[in-house]
Design a binder for this molecule. Structure first.
Ligand code: NAG
Ligand code: NAG
Ligand code: NAG
Ligand code: NAG
Ligand code: NAG
Ligand code: NAG
Ligand code: NAG
Ligand code: ZN
Length: 441
């Protein structure tokens, strides 16, 4: 499933913010197809870094036990018949949407074809795909997206489109470097590769939602958009044991209607300031040298002082051997040019990145070791309701768990269920700076 490259509508897409794909299309409809039965995560060998063997399909009984509660993988999600809890929640969210944003309609196709779409140039819906809007008008009461880091010389670190079956080399590398990241997981991949998803949590990475079927969210009806987010969140809860409070739209494609649905599911929208285009190599003439240059632009900008007051959030992917290897190759360059490389939650001092408040992550100061008197012990554990063996997680092991005071003061999700409260801790000024810097470099 590749993105059509010539956007039919005259969308002034800027090179820096081009859309990305990541659909894993070859695996459509394959879900726990048989093969070896793996009952416990201990049977997955981290030291296996041979992609072909890592990607041997397996059956995981805990996923088989719940899969009838989900849409078919890689299909556009809709409410599953008989799922009363989801239907009730959706009805309430739908009522709020119809009341607060009665005029925002779906547009285009799920594959991102906007032929015939007539969008007002004043961008009433803060549609990211139109002109990379990340700050909804104040009167909407919808929080701004996160697209930069508020800390100077700090690289906001994350990977889209996982979990990938062949990720051991990357995850081992991150582990050896005691480096945590934010993983934006596709629900269909979580169902397909549950043990790989569990590893991310066990390794202490932050998990966010990246939708069920990885299509253009603004094209979906309220119900479908809700289902894309809801069932991915549920899969992450069922398989990994935590309920994320953050999501990233595939291709960046979001608008106020989609943001509001996400916020009513307690999820903050995370975009990016800089795009490596790593997924695109071999497509439309993009070369590995182009991707090296995209990394070098951000790295050079840092060396030139562009990040004296904030940091970029950079888009790259856990989608294939090349994108993961490229990050391993670039990591020393990033480290040399930036003071800190942090997961999104950490850059924002978000110590409770999940709805489960017993799972804590370190503050920025604790993670970077720039703290006096922070506890150095780590404690966090996933909810016991996770399917599977549910061992304790090492989240926050880099430099300690958060204090309860910090826990109380920072939360990624809006505490106000209307979606209006608790804007992420990124000032409009730093957002502007980030976008400006991105445009200049
Ligand atoms: C949700 O709202 C739309 C109008 O935006 C309406 O057509 C639809 O019937 C509603 N669905 C439910 C389940 O309330
Ligand atoms: C959102 O978070 C609040 C506060 O933790 C919780 O009461 C509510 O159930 C959550 N809503 C959803 C849809 O998860
Ligand atoms: C980055 O800086 C290096 C060293 O000055 C230079 O050789 C390279 O061309 C720069 N790359 C980009 C993409 O700006
Ligand atoms: C995972 O990575 C492998 C290459 O290592 C690639 O062939 C495969 O398509 C990827 N799977 C998904 C679902 O992205
Ligand atoms: C890429 O694949 C090769 C084997 O084809 C493997 O040795 C290497 O570890 C992989 N790299 C990553 C980052 O997955
Ligand atoms: C994170 O906490 C530090 C103090 O430890 C503070 O200086 C910084 O402003 C906080 N950042 C945000 C985004 O709240
Ligand atoms: C949530 O925010 C809305 C809009 O700003 C406001 O009207 C409402 O009173 C708030 N609710 C709570 C519980 O704070
Ligand atoms: Zn993606």
């Amino acid at each position: 499933m590749l993105l059509p490259h010539a956007l039919p509508l005259a969308l002034p897409l800027l090179g820096l913010a081009a859309a990305h794909t990541g659909c894993g299309g070859h695996e459509i409809a394959r879900r726990n197809p048989g093969g070896r039965v793996i009952h416990a995560r201990q049977q997955v060998d981290k030291n296996n870094v041979d992609p072909a063997s890592e990607c041997t399909p397996y059956t995981y009984p805990p996923v088989n036990a719940v899969k009838s509660q989900y849409p078919a993988i890689w299909s556009s999600a809709t409410l599953v018949p008989g799922d009363d809890a989801a239907a009730t929640l959706f009805a309430s969210i739908n009522a709020t949407l119809n009341q607060r944003l009665p005029n925002t309609q779906p547009r285009g196709t799920h594959m991102g074809d906007w032929t015939g779409v007539n969008y007002p140039p004043n961008d009433p819906d803060c549609w990211w795909t139109w002109k990379q809007c990340t700050t909804p008008a104040a009167d909407t009461g919808i929080a701004a997206d996160i697209s930069t880091m508020p800390e100077p010389e700090t690289w906001g670190f994350g990977f889209d489109d996982g979990p990938n079956c062949s990720h051991n080399a990357l995850y081992n590398f991150l582990e050896e470097n005691n480096q945590k990241a934010t993983m934006f997981f596709i629900g269909s991949n979580v169902m397909d590769w549950p043990l790989q998803a569990i590893r991310a949590k066990d390794d202490g990475h932050q998990i966010c939602v990246h939708t069920w079927s990885h299509q253009y969210m603004t094209s979906f009806s309220n119900e479908q958009a809700f289902a894309e987010l809801y069932y991915t969140r549920k899969a992450i809860k069922d398989v990994i044991g935590v309920t994320p409070k953050c999501w990233r739209p595939p291709f960046g494609d979001t608008d106020n209607r989609i943001r509001l649905i996400a916020s009513l599911l307690n999820m903050t929208t995370v975009l990016w300031s800089d795009d490596t285009d790593d997924w695109k190599v071999g497509i439309g003439g993009v070369t590995a040298q182009d991707v090296d240059n995209n990394y070098a632009k951000v790295i050079n900008a840092s060396k030139a002082g562009a990040y004296a007051t904030h940091g970029p959030v950079v888009l790259n992917h856990e989608i294939n051997n090349y994108t993961m290897g490229e990050m391993i190759k670039q990591y020393p360059n990033i480290k040399a040019a930036f003071k800190y490389i942090v997961p999104i939650a950490t850059g924002l001092n978000i110590t409770n990145p999940y709805q489960e408040t017993d799972v804590t992550y370190p503050t920025f100061a604790q993670y970077t070791g720039n703290t006096a008197g922070a506890s150095s012990s780590s404690s966090s554990s996933p909810s016991s309701s996770a399917v599977g063996s549910g061992s304790a997680s090492a989240a926050g092991s880099a430099s300690g768990s958060a204090s309860s005071a910090a826990k109380a003061s920072a939360s990624l999700a809006s505490k106000n269920n209307s979606g209006a409260g608790a804007a992420p801790s990124v000032s409009a000024a730093s957002l502007l700076l980030g976008l400006t810097a991105a445009l200049l470099i």
